[in-house]
Design a protein around this ligand. Structure first.
Ligand SMILES: Nc1ncnc2c1ncn2[C@@H]1O[C@H](COP(=O)(O)OP(=O)(O)OP(=O)(O)O)[C@@H](O)[C@H]1O
Length: 300
């Protein structure tokens, strides 16, 4: 399912312009949305999910028009949403909770519900603990229940907002793999400020800053932007690179410190250009570029 957003604005009461002239095309499959806290990602997710009304602009989700009341209802019918702050009833078991969500989502037949709930529990590897109360679950298990509730009724479009925050590395990898599997047949929009989550799951991504999309393209296009702009140089401990430079990392090694620096020009005559990582590309977008230059292939 293809999603087209154009000239989207959202201004909150009180005058905060959370989305400003935002253009974005999500082709289908896994799609990453990366941006710092406050960039407007949650506002965009909530607007796409029909929870917030845009101030102006257009949204199309497959055949549905997200700017009309009817279109928003149709989108809700085809959408699964895992918000950042999903409320769960701590005294319900995962099985009871999913059954409850299925009732809310209009699966009236008890047998059909039971079958769906069992399939979902299986998919997120929680069948063997499905009768335990949710309050006894770890953070990672709760996220898996969260994705299971988003999958009730097999939606074509899934929005997942910051799903791996607070998870340990093993659970994070497990959750990412689960999302990648889902992206095989659906459109999955994954919003995060964790660069590694996107690097491991999405070929296509957008980067947001201050309510705008400042980059849209593939991972390799983002890396290309940072090509020739990532440097390594060593300085004796106690000396520091110029304050104006963007330092990505500093690795202490005996009497020397190895700095990784993102900069248009070589930061020192002996600095070596190195291959950029996705994190470097992201830092480059955040620190060095102007928003208007950046959307791959078309203006912001
Ligand atoms: N209900 C609201 N009323 C007023 N301003 C809001 C509201 N919700 C969000 N904002 C503001 O809109 C801007 C974008 O916030 P949003 O939550 O969409 O960003 P985000 O990229 O999702 O950040 P985070 O990762 O911290 O949730 C921020 O300046 C925020 O303070």
């Amino acid at each position: 399912m293809r999603i087209e957003i154009s000239a989207l604005h959202k201004e909150y009461r009180g005058g905060v312009k959370a989305l400003q002239n935002l253009h974005l095309t999500i082709p289908g499959g896994m799609f990453g949305l990366l941006g710092p806290n406050g960039a407007g990602k949650t506002t965009l997710m909530r607007t796409l999910a029909g929870i917030l009304r845009p101030t102006s602009g257009s949204i199309r989700v497959g055949p549905y028009d997200g700017t009309t009341e009817r279109g928003r209802d149709e989108i809700k019918g085809t959408l699964g949403y895992l918000p950042q702050d999903l409320g769960m009833y701590p005294d319900l078991s995962a099985r009871e909770f999913l059954d409850y969500v299925a009732i809310l989502k209009g699966v009236p037949d008890r047998q059909a519900r039971r079958q769906q709930v069992e399939e979902l529990l299986e998919m997120v590897a929680l069948s063997n603990v499905a009768n335990r109360k949710l309050k006894t679950y770890s953070g990672g298990m709760k996220r898996r229940v969260g994705i299971a509730q988003a999958l009730v009724n097999n939606p074509e479009f899934i929005i997942v907002d910051e799903p791996t925050a607070g998870l340990d590395p093993e659970e994070r990898i497990r959750f990412r793999n689960l999302l990648s599997d889902l992206g095989g047949q659906r459109t999955v929009l994954l919003s995060t400020h964790i660069v590694e989550d996107i690097a491991q799951t999405c070929q296509n991504l957008a980067v947001m800053r201050a309510g705008r999309v400042v980059f849209q393209g593939t991972l390799s296009q983002l890396l290309q932007q940072a090509q020739g702009r990532v440097w390594q140089m060593s300085l004796p401990t106690g000396e520091r690179p110029d304050k104006a430079l963007t330092v990505v990392s500093a690795l202490h090694n005996g009497p020397l410190v190895l700095y990784r620096i993102v900069s248009e020009e070589a930061p020192a005559p002996n600095a070596l250009a190195v291959e950029p990582s996705l994190e470097d590309g992201y830092i480059w977008l955040m620190r060095e570029q102007r928003p208007d230059d950046l959307v791959a292939g078309r203006p912001a």
